[in-house]
Every structure is written in C-alpha cells, then in structure tokens.
Design a protein around this ligand. Structure first.
Ligand SMILES: [Zn+2]
Ligand SMILES: [Zn+2]
Length: 187
C-alpha cells in the first residue's frame, strides 16, 4: 500500500536559453507529491506516518521554498550573488530562518544561507523530479513522484526495492533497530 504526502514550494527560476517566455525570470507555486510504498506496519496500521514523510522530505525540500533555482551556467547566477554580496545577505540574514539542510548531489547544490539552489540541468518539472528522487531515494521507499508547476506537470513511477523496519508503536523508521522517537527496541 502507499502513503501519499504533498508539499507546496514557492520558487523562482527560468529556463536559460529556452526559446519562449520561460527564459525570463518568473515564479511558481509548485506542488510536489511523494508516494511511499511498503507493507503496512501492523502495530500502527500504516505504511508510514505522513507527518514523518513530511519531516524527512521537508528537511531537504525547504531549500526549494522561497528560493531561487538557477542552472549552473546561467549568467544570472554571478549577477544575483554579486547583489546579495553587496547587500550583505549572501551568507545569511537574521530573517532567513527556515533553512534546509545543505546538500550537494550530481544534479543540484543547495545554498541555504542564500536561499539558492544551483542545478546541473534546467529545472523543469521533469528536472525537479530527478533531483528530488536522487535526494530522498535512500531515506524513503519512493514509488512515485509527481510535480506540477503552472500548466506543467510530470510524474515518474519507481519500483521500491526494500522494506523499511518501522516502529510498531509510532510507525517511524527504526535506526539500527531502535525507534528514534519512543526508544522501542526490535529484538
Ligand atoms: Zn517556470
Ligand atoms: Zn516508536
């Protein structure tokens, strides 16, 4: 069975060198849906508590919210960074509190202090799905990711290969056989 969780992400981006209006900087509310598949943990009668999926995923997804997403070769990147630098906000500001965990993968690098994500490929809805899967595939048993942004939407199915040991009392993933939330130990 599947547990399904949705996230809203407000971000700005552009399709550098794309022949259309999307080559201009603009913003979206993107809706990301993550479907997690596993057996039902009988203790809690759930696949995975949706608030736990929220927590695990939001740690990294926060980087895309109220953020600027630019491709690594986009000349806007040094231009924006120069302005942030001049204004003294490139390395953070007191009001910049909702920061995600910094990450660097093959496909994207997050700079939470500057609310910036630099991508290898253009951040289309398809591109975002590839980035998110890569970031979360080892943490969640992802069966499908869907991303919609404006009139664009894409979805990708995955075959989950493992089953995650979960706490029969609260449903969260066990870490080395111990529940990080309630201390339950698997014998
Ligand atoms: Zn767009
Ligand atoms: Zn527990």
């Amino acid at each position: 069975m599947r547990s399904i969780t949705k996230f809203d992400l407000q971000y700005a981006h552009r399709f550098y060198k794309f022949q259309g209006e999307a080559q201009y900087l603009h913003g979206h509310t993107g809706v990301l849906t993550i479907e997690v598949e596993d057996s039902i943990e009988p203790g809690v009668n759930m696949v995975f508590p949706c608030n736990e999926i929220q927590k695990v995923a939001w740690n990294v997804l926060k980087n895309f919210d109220h953020a600027l997403v630019l491709r690594e070769d986009d000349p806007l990147l040094p231009a924006v960074l120069a302005v942030y630098e001049k204004q003294g906000i490139r390395n953070g500001a007191p009001s910049n509190k909702m920061k995600g965990e910094p990450f660097r993968t093959e496909l994207a690098t997050a700079y939470p202090e500057a609310r910036l994500v630099v991508t290898k490929e253009t951040m289309t809805v398809e591109g975002m799905i590839k980035i998110v899967y890569d970031l979360l595939k080892d943490k969640l048993n992802i069966a499908r990711i869907t991303f919609t942004s404006g009139v664009n939407a894409a979805t990708q199915e995955y075959t989950p290969t493992k089953t995650i040991d979960r706490c029969p009392l609260c449903g969260v993933a066990l870490v080395d056989g111990v529940c990080p939330k309630c201390g339950y130990k698997k014998h």
